[in-house]
Design a protein around this ligand. Structure first.
Ligand code: NAD
Length: 298
């Protein structure tokens, strides 16, 4: 299959490489010359522009930071044409970015008006899951479009869920990430408390992992440096899932909660704590660096 892949960041780059390894024909692009150089060096064919990637693509995949990037790319603005102008009718667009459900619906409607099918397919599983091809996809859109996308999604992920109509994948994703943001702070608090009492963080992590406090952070993404060789904490919190991206997702969750009048007190508190952490200059570090905030407070 001919696939255009736009957005070669921490997630998009490895996802595109998995499609290439599976035998698909790729054309990839990122606004960052550094990202193009990095993944071009690993074998991804790099195009000169997003418009060039979609020229004869059957499937277009985007993996961008936030709503404004996705809307700007597909719909254009400030006198610039959107990519939908260049995408042929009959093409399938898969947007895997985590963005507002309302933006997903707006872009999907504009695509449909041009005869282009679009699904929202945000992911969970972190950069480790992107590299290993074991991501979880949460899809919003028509069943038939999901079935068209499935053979492509299966090369990047291990679990594919149909959450509902357009935008539903995004809603599922922000519920998940609100929980993730909260549990990372809770896990950090518990570890910092143990360490303040002289416990070995490796031993405490293993005790909690196998006890009722066990969770994804303790399994795969320990926030304490040195406990888990593969976690961003052991790499000075480089790569991974940026604090500012978590802050964006918690903001989306709060906006959504206000719109449907849902009570999300811990989600609101978590957003404030990541905001403080970002304002302290840690926005580009992996979100598990929120441990520093807790340690500083102690
Ligand atoms: P990132 O910041 O590492 O990468 C985003 C890339 O998009 C950057 O390289 C940037 O240059 C590029 N970009 C922005 N606008 C563009 C445009 N118009 N055209 C081409 N390229 C453009 O982000 P990431 O960590 O890869 O995350 C991408 C999305 O996936 C975000 O929405 C994030 O919330 C979500 N996500 C991330 C993780 C994670 O662990 N990092 C996990 C699940 C979901």
């Amino acid at each position: 299959m001919k696939i255009a892949f736009i957005g070669l960041g921490n997630m998009g780059g490895p996802m595109a490489l998995n499609l290439l390894k599976a035998g698909h024909t790729l054309s990839a692009f990122d606004l960052s010359a550094e990202a193009c150089k990095k993944f071009g060096g690993e074998g991804l064919p790099i195009a000169k522009s997003a418009a060039e990637t979609v020229a004869d693509a059957e499937v277009v995949i985007s993996m961008l930071p936030a709503s404004a990037h996705v809307e700007g790319l597909f719909l254009g603005g400030a006198g610039k044409p959107g990519l939908l102008e260049s995408i042929k009718a009959g093409t399938l667009v898969i947007d895997s970015s985590t963005i507002a459900a309302a933006t997903s619906r707006k872009v999907a409607e504009a695509a449909a008006a041009k005869g282009v099918a679009m699904i929202d397919a945000p992911v969970s599983g972190g950069t480790g899951g992107a590299i290993a091809g074991t991501l979880t996809f949460m899809v919003g859109g028509e069943t038939g479009d999901l079935e068209r996308a499935r053979p492509v999604l299966e090369k990047m992920g291990a679990n594919i869920f149909h959450a509902g109509a357009a935008g539903a994948g995004q809603t599922a994703k922000i519920c998940n990430n609100m929980l993730l943001g909260i549990l990372m702070i809770g896990t950090s608090e518990a570890l910092a408390l143990g360490v303040a009492n002289g416990l070995d963080p490796k031993v405490l992590s293993e005790i909690m992992r196998r006890s009722s406090g066990g969770n994804w952070a303790l399994e795969k993404y320990n926030p304490m440096p040195g406990v888990m060789e593969t976690s961003p904490a052991s790499k000075n919190y480089a790569g991974g899932f940026g604090t500012d991206l978590m802050l964006k997702d918690l903001g989306l969750a709060q906006e959504n909660a206000a719109a449907v009048r849902a009570a999300t007190p811990l989600g609101g508190l978590a957003r404030s704590l990541y905001a403080a952490h970002s304002l302290a200059g840690h926005g580009a570090l992996d979100f598990s660096s929120v441990l520093k905030l807790v340690q500083k407070a102690s």
